[in-house]
Design a protein around this ligand. Structure first.
Ligand code: B12
Ligand code: SF4
Length: 493
């Protein structure tokens, strides 16, 4: 019998594209909470998990494969976002070649929407679990240890007689309070190595928490296939316990709540804020919210309880486009929410999408105007990407799409463009919107203030600057090399 070791992996992926690796110094380096939860549950069941976060530690595909091969685990569990599927398959292939008896199991958002297609395409993945993974993975490992029928394992995709099959059993959704605490202790260099985006926190160390799962809305660009539309929440006591544990054990000073709808239940938010205040926990935190869930009273309480920044999915400054996105929001409501947040003394981060179907020069103009009008502390602009699992993916491609650019689905590439505007123009607008926002005196000054207030920001900014300068120099010398050595000399004129 093999060992009971399982290595969980977040595969490497390109954040922008080759040559831009230095952006990691200022972008989000949060660990996978999914893997932390899976590791905790399998440890409870007698297995020995470890976690390799390739992206955070800048590990190449070869490096991670060699590490795994040296450990000879019985199981490998890989989390798959669409962007990481190809690199994960290369890592899995190397592992399977060296360790044929190791079982490679995959799961994550990409598998929740594209499980069968992925398993048909990548034979180096042995088994896949669709959707929420804790209970199915625990049952799968036991079934593999005991040679039980795989068809009894819920939400499993496996191969039988060369064919891809989906198990008949389905998993009941678990109560989140019943899960063990995420296995933060398994992360090397936690929390220092896992910093969120620069300017997204006042003071580190920082950790993230998923305090609820599921979202009842169906915004067209959003992939909710993993947890579906039924919302389940940890109780305020359990959320508080996680925050307290992170501070006491790891000296964490700031929490990022990654829930889709942190504020959807005002009673729960109020209870959590009251717990923080009553028990005197000195900590700051960020969360994400829909614009229709904030009100001045709750914002005032949140501020008192340490809320530092709220991210709002504003998407665009055009009501028409919001409708096309099925966002069930209006520009007016967005504006009101941003004003209330600012009046409460809480920073806000606006999340926007550029290039959604229906985007025109006029909608871009409205977005620019909106950005100028609202009191926003930082902003994030994503290039529209039709992620598998999002309703728009099916609208655009039909359900049979197999061969699209999964490895480019990092929100930094226009893989589809609206009729009126091509990707050249959209890329130009993308740069314009960001530079005009961050070039504004108020925004630049607040970034400078934060930079000097927090040595961590300064350190990251310096590393980013050096990386940028090196990349530009490399580009310059590569260009010079081409001019001097490769470009054919012209004969005559
Ligand atoms: C926090 C977050 C991040 C963080 C942390 C990422 C990370 N490593 O987890 C950061 C900011 C770094 C990030 C980056 C990106 N993200 Co993000 N992110 C999220 C967010 C908001 C929460 C994730 C989370 O913690 N969920 C809670 C945990 C418990 O769930 P989970 O990780 O999905 O894991 C469960 C299951 O998926 C499954 N599972 C997962 N892995 C495995 C592995 C095995 C072996 C098994 C059996 C099961 C299994 O079991 C887990 C426990 O139940 C989600 C939205 C959401 N609601 O999930 C988007 C989301 C996952 N991100 C998304 C995207 C697109 C990205 C980016 C490509 C760029 C971008 N535009 O943001 C990058 C790519 C990062 C990468 N590593 O490849 C999409 C993914 C769509 C897709 N099909 O790829 C999502 C779904 C947003 C959306 N609604 O569209 N992200
Ligand atoms: S964008 Fe937000 S509100 Fe809309 S479906 Fe996704 S998580 Fe839900």
């Amino acid at each position: 019998m093999g060992n009971k070791n399982i290595i969980f992996i977040t595969p490497p992926y390109d954040r922008i594209g080759p040559g831009y690796e230095y952006v990691r110094y200022i972008t989000n380096n949060s660990p996978s909470l999914g893997l932390l939860s899976l590791a905790a549950i399998v440890r409870q069941n007698g297995y020995s998990p470890s976690i390799i976060e390739c992206d955070v530690f800048n590990l190449s595909m070869d490096e991670v494969a060699q590490r795994v091969i040296a450990e000879k685990p019985s199981y490998v569990g890989i989390t798959l976002f669409t962007v990481g599927v190809w690199s994960a398959s290369i890592v899995a292939k190397q592992i399977k070649e060296a360790l044929p008896s190791t079982t490679v199991i995959v799961g994550g958002p990409h598998i929740s929407s594209m499980g069968s297609e992925t398993m048909e395409r990548f034979l180096e993945f042995d088994l896949a679990i669709v959707g929420e993974g804790e209970q199915p993975l625990a049952l799968l490992l036991d079934a593999l240890e005991n040679g039980a029928d795989l068809d009894t394992v819920p939400n499993l995709i496996y191969r039988k007689d060369g064919k891809t099959c989906r198990s008949m059993a389905s998993a009941p959704q678990i109560a989140l309070d019943d899960l063990p605490m995420p296995a933060w202790d398994l992360l090397p260099k936690f929390p220092e190595a896992f910093q969120p985006a620069i300017y997204d926190f006042p003071k580190g160390p920082v950790a993230s928490i998923a305090a609820s799962r599921g979202c009842p809305f169906h915004c067209k660009f959003c992939d909710t296939s993993t947890f579906g539309d039924k919302v389940r929440r940890c109780s305020p006591e359990v959320v508080f316990d996680m925050m307290y544990h992170l501070q006491k054990t790891y000296n964490v000073q700031h929490i990022l709540f990654v829930d889709d709808l942190f504020l959807a239940n005002p009673a729960r938010t109020t209870a959590l804020c009251n717990l923080i205040l009553e028990r005197g926990l000195k900590i700051t935190w960020n969360c994400a919210a829909r614009v229709d869930t904030v009100k001045p009273e709750i914002l005032a309480l949140m501020k008192k309880a340490g809320c530092w920044q709220i991210s709002f999915g504003l998407e665009t400054g055009s009501d028409e486009l919001l409708k096309k996105m099925n966002k069930i929001a209006t520009v007016e409501k967005s504006e009101r929410a941003m004003n209330w947040t600012s009046q409460a003394g809480i920073r806000s981060k606006g999340l926007f999408i550029l290039g959604f179907p229906g985007e025109t020069r006029e909608t871009i103009r409205k977005t620019k105007e909106f950005i100028r009008r609202v009191p926003m502390s930082v902003m994030n602009l994503t290039k529209f990407t039709p992620y598998p699992g999002s309703p728009i993916y099916h609208d655009l491609y039909g359900t049979n799409i197999r061969d699209d650019h999964w490895e480019l689905m990092n929100g930094m590439n226009f893989l589809w463009t609206p009729e009126e505007i091509g990707d050249k123009e959209l890329n130009k607008e993308y740069r314009r919107i960001l530079t005009s926002f961050y070039g504004r005196q108020r925004i630049a000054l607040s970034c400078i203030k934060l930079t000097f207030h927090n040595p961590e920001h300064l350190k990251r900014l310096v590393r980013f600057g050096i990386g940028y300068a090196k990349a530009e120099l490399n580009k310059f010398f590569a260009g010079l090399g081409r001019v001097l050595f490769l470009k054919p000399a012209r004969s005559g004129n």
